[in-house]
Write a protein that binds this ligand. Structure first.
Ligand SMILES: C[S@@+](CC[C@H](N)C(=O)[O-])C[C@H]1O[C@@H](n2cnc3c(N)ncnc32)[C@H](O)[C@@H]1O
Length: 185
């Protein structure tokens, strides 16, 4: 299947205040993100969840936001600067086939992978990189858009995560999404 990457202009729509009327990012993240955490967010787009994560981890925490599109990261940084949250972010421009996390071995407390896995060229290597960067017991909230990703495809992605060191810990209900919460074994 050809790879479909979210176009940069859709990044503006996904991060728009209108989305907040339908989906409250703080509510989605509240069970998982805590002050002082190191959080990883692959595919942040322009930061709909990232800014909320930066607020939740506080000044002692940080959010590592990794994307392949410079325009997404530029939009994210602009919005974070306006909100006074830029110094809590570690933004990384990476290539399509790696998350560039060699310096983060067993360092991450929580990962948010929201609407990104179906855009990747290979799913299992992605989860393996996330597993390597995660502390034992670290959480992973994995969600895919129900409109784009069939149940069978989501379950196959989930299986890939469990093959490389994550254990299924719950099935949160998230608006218009297929979602799972996993823990690093
Ligand atoms: C549909 S958007 C979702 C944005 C955000 N997570 C949200 O829910 O609003 C997918 C994002 O994943 C990024 N992406 C696609 N392939 C990627 C890869 N291999 N590594 C990191 N990010 C990737 C895209 O550039 C885009 O910013």
């Amino acid at each position: 299947m050809p790879q479909r990457v979210c176009p940069w202009w859709l990044g503006y729509m996904l991060a728009s205040p209108l989305r907040r009327l339908l989906e409250d990012p703080r509510k989605v993240l509240a069970p998982y993100a805590r002050e002082g955490m190191t959080v990883l967010e692959p595919g942040p787009g322009m930061g709909f969840f990232t800014l909320e994560l930066a607020r939740m981890v506080g000044p002692r925490g940080r959010v590592v936001a990794v994307d392949i599109q410079p325009r997404m990261l530029a939009g994210l940084k602009r919005r974070a600067a306006r909100a006074g949250l830029l110094e809590r972010l570690d933004t990384r421009l990476v290539s399509n086939d790696t998350l560039g996390l060699a310096d983060l071995s067993s360092a991450v407390d929580f990962t948010l992978a929201f609407a990104v896995v179906h855009e990747l060229p290979a799913v299992e290597p992605f989860f393996a990189e996330v597993a390597k960067a995660s502390k034992p017991g670290a959480g992973l909230l994995f969600a895919e858009p129900a409109g784009h990703v069939k149940t069978s495809d989501f379950e196959a992605e989930l299986q890939a995560a469990t093959r490389v060191g994550f254990e299924l810990a719950g099935r949160p209900s998230i608006w218009r999404s297929r979602a799972a919460f996993l823990k690093r074994a």
